[in-house]
Ligand binder design. Sequence first.
Ligand code: 5GP
Length: 260
Amino acid sequence: MKKGKKLYEGKAKIIYSTSDKNLIIQYFKDDATAFNNIKKSTIEGKGVLNNRISEHILNNLSQIGIKNHLVKRLNMREQIIKLVEIIPIEFIVRNVATGSITKRLGIEDGTVLDQPLLEFCLKDDKLNDPIIAEEHILAFGWATKKELEKVKKMILRINDFMIGMFRGVGIKLIDFKLEFGRLKTDGKTEVILADEISPDTCRLWDTITDKKLDKDRFRKDLGDLIPAYTEVAKRLGILHEQSNVSAVNVTKLRPLKKRK
Ligand code: 5GP
């Protein structure tokens, strides 16, 4: 399959066309941004780690029946994904209150929620991704009632699965962001999981020490982002234990598994 022209460049990824009109290539950049692009940096190796971690999680979700856009990882920085029409909503799932909700509602940082809390934000950088109600989504036709019901069911399963997956490797899944898209096949439209799931889009704390192993290391100037993402990859079994954590040593990454 041939890589075509650049279709879109976002804050952390670039999308390219391919010779197949239904497939695109997602390239993971090393760029890190926060606070709607006010804070920017390049962190060497971040894209490589996110590509691998997201591949691992999306493949696992596929195995439990969560359909998603990932076709296969191509190389260290690129994945072939299905072309979908992205629903312009960021679905935020919270298990523990931290980040924006603590400021917005005055909730104490670290409050464990009795049940997962789902929030909706409009995907619009110019408006600062404002939080919206389900009624706004329906009123402005950003998604249908049926789509929302399906997405909510998928989100609960994804959250349950990911809580367990991370708990098994000594990590607490605090919160995360998901995106979904409409896949059109043979005249039928189906909503599937899209974008990425990585330490850029999740808050992950070490179970014992509460050490942050996610993008808050960049947002809060804590440093050592690559060692933290590497630690996540190692615990998930993606990287060998002896891998150097101070830099991404590409030779130590496991080779691609052959797919049928
Ligand atoms: P908060 O609303 O507290 O800033 O973020 C909640 C969760 O959603 C965090 O895990 C955060 O990483 C993720 N999140 C929310 N908005 C975005 C976004 O625009 N980009 C990324 N990468 N993650 C986001």
